[in-house]
Write a new protein. Structure first.
Length: 105
């Protein structure tokens, strides 16, 4: 499947909460969660090399519409609801239209 829509998010956890935030974000790959959707082509959770409480999420989707539809669902909103309590500040988002690349895990 080709990625036609994606975004990067930078989330800053409260001091010492980076591990909990990573664990919560990785539940997004569980069966029934957004990252497990056939429309989610890339779901990558990364940590800053210099600050373990700064987490980056990269997502690639089959379409912007699929992303918004799945993100509005109960499973995604349950994760979002838990994330808010772990954050030190508002998250930063950048959306994009992928041109070409490679991901192999």
């Amino acid at each position: 499947m080709i990625v036609k829509y994606g975004f990067n998010a930078t989330l800053s956890a409260k001091p010492g909460m980076g591990d909990r935030l990573v664990d919560l974000l990785l539940t997004g790959l569980n069966e029934g969660s957004p990252g497990a959707s056939e429309h989610c082509v890339v779901y990558l959770v990364s940590r800053s090399a210099s600050d373990p409480d700064v987490i980056h999420v990269t997502e690639g989707w089959s379409s912007e519409e699929d992303h918004h539809r799945i993100f509005a669902g109960e499973a995604a909103q349950a994760i979002v609801g838990q994330i808010d309590g772990l954050l030190a500040k508002e998250s930063e988002y950048t959306d994009y239209v992928p041109v070409r690349g490679k991901a192999a895990f």
